[in-house]
Design a protein around this ligand. Structure first.
Ligand SMILES: Nc1nc2c(ncn2[C@@H]2O[C@H](COP(=O)(O)OP(=O)(O)OP(=O)(O)O)[C@@H](O)[C@H]2O)c(=O)[nH]1
Ligand SMILES: [K+]
Ligand SMILES: [Mg+2]
Length: 433
């Protein structure tokens, strides 16, 4: 682990050259370094235009400087931002000067790590911010905002609090079992609430598919016999020449994919080899890969040339299949397909995009969903402990299971200290008064 008492700096904006480069500093030497560069430390959170000079007195650049005194900064430490002209030479020279002033280049994620360690953000927020920075679609951005600014953390904290509250009531019953003023029926109410919470958590875990679709994309596989027009469709959807198209059956062998943005959703479309029996070793490997891709799909677009004889439905039993007839420009419409398309005239393509979006939205449960495997595994752990608590016989063991469940939830944000919560809750109700 890097030394956290060091003062650090980094280029926080994108690749150089650029119009503006933002250099961020954090740590006890930040203000000193700013004073050395500009002979000034301006008031907090106000952008000031300053000349920045090196130790030899020459002007390196003119730029805006902003100070964020601890604890009111991203990391919770003294922070400074320098908004400089975005050239490699300016950044190289500023780096050199900052090193001379006793700062070092930050390691990957070090600013966020300090923010976490200083209690400015929790783990879910750290992950959400990373997702926000890498978001490419509108839905990825929205999910990241939900996670990155405390919405999701609040949900998990509330659940941990409810479990701990239940436990506090049960402990009270254990401690004051001889006293008359703790009625035994309190525990019925407590367990009913725990059961309701368990159902809520189970629904939440079941919505993980939404998170997966937003983050990793909705996986659509184009399948069908050779020459059905699979690669032509991939190219039409991508609006560029991604896959080789010829009139030779068995052209495609590798699985190719393109990423589309449909209504703000990431949709990953795969083109596959036409499925048929063949002696060609290369094509046979292509068919094997096609079958693997189909197995992993969220939606299979099963293509068939409209004029070809109806196929035995080999894709039965798959999660979702859309039957699409191709080459409607030369064949004409046919009833037996969900829809018919032509990549020559573009007929049916908008309808197909709409249908993909509609199928995707069937999985849609909103943005309050677990978005990472890490969260899901802690959530599962928590629900297992709750089940134990609900099924148990000895009150003290059941209470212990509730504690373990709340701790598992606490590990998602990395913040909830269950014992501390218990103190807070106990201080709120006055047993035996
Ligand atoms: N008229 C017409 N021809 C099409 C259409 N779609 C594809 N074709 C033609 O059909 C032939 C096969 O197209 P591909 O896209 O290579 O078919 P494929 O399903 O990828 O074939 P394999 O990779 O060999 O399995 C090519 O000659 C295409 O130009 C269409 O909508 N209309
Ligand atoms: K072909
Ligand atoms: Mg092909």
């Amino acid at each position: 682990m890097p030394n956290t008492s060091d003062s650090i700096f980094a280029l926080s904006s994108g690749t150089l050259p650029a119009g503006v480069a933002v250099v961020r500093m954090s740590g006890p030497k930040s203000f000193q370094a700013l004073a050395a560069l500009t002979a000034d430390v301006p008031p907090p959170r106000q952008a000031m235009l300053r000349a920045l000079r090196g130790q030899t007195g020459d002007v390196i650049d003119h730029g805006l400087v902003v100070t964020f005194p601890a604890p009111h900064s991203f990391t919770g430490e003294d922070c400074v931002e320098l908004h400089l002209h975005g050239s490699r030479a300016v950044f190289a020279r500023i780096s050199q000067e900052l090193s001379l002033l006793g700062l070092r280049l930050a390691e990957a994620g070090e600013f966020s790590r300090r923010a976490f360690e200083n209690g400015k953000i929790d783990l879910v927020e750290v992950e959400g911010l990373a997702d926000l920075i890498s978001a490419e679609t509108e839905m990825q951005r929205k999910l990241a905002v939900e996670q990155g600014f405390g919405g999701q953390s609040q949900l998990y904290m509330d659940w941990a609090r409810r479990l701990t509250h239940a436990r506090a009531l049960i402990e009270a019953e254990l401690d004051f079992v001889d006293e008359d003023d703790i009625p035994g029926s309190v525990s019925d109410r407590v367990w009913a609430d725990v059961a309701a919470l368990s159902a809520e958590m189970t629904r939440h875990i079941a919505a993980a598919k939404t998170g997966e679709i937003i983050r990793d994309g909705y996986k659509v596989v184009i399948a069908g016999p050779p020459n059905a027009g699979k690669s032509s469709l991939l190219n039409a959807l991508a609006q560029r020449d991604v896959a080789i198209v010829t009139d030779i059956a068995g052209t495609t062998r590798d699985v190719l994919h393109v990423d589309l943005d449909l209504n703000g959703f990431l949709v990953r479309v795969f083109d596959t080899a036409g499925i048929r029996d063949t002696d060609d070793i290369v094509e046979r490997e292509g068919v094997r890969r096609a079958i693997t891709a189909i197995d992993q799909a969220d939606l299979v677009i099963q293509l068939q040339e409209i004029d070809s004889p109806p196929q035995q439905d080999k894709l039965q039993g798959l999660p979702e299949v859309l039957n699409v007839g191709t080459k409607v420009d030369i064949c004409g419409q046919a009833q037996r397909f969900d829809l018919c398309i032509s990549v020559v005239t573009g007929e049916g393509l908008d309808q197909l995009r709409g249908e993909i979006t509609a199928r995707l939205k069937q999985h849609w449960t909103g943005f309050s969903v677990p978005s990472r495997e890490r969260h899901i595994s802690h959530l599962r752990e928590a629900t297992e402990f709750i089940k134990e608590a609900l099924a148990g016989h000895h009150l003290d063991l059941r209470s212990e299971s509730l504690r373990a469940a709340a701790s598992a939830l606490g590990r998602i944000t990395g913040r909830v200290d269950v014992e501390q919560l218990l103190d807070v809750i106990f201080s709120q109700f006055c047993v035996g008064k």
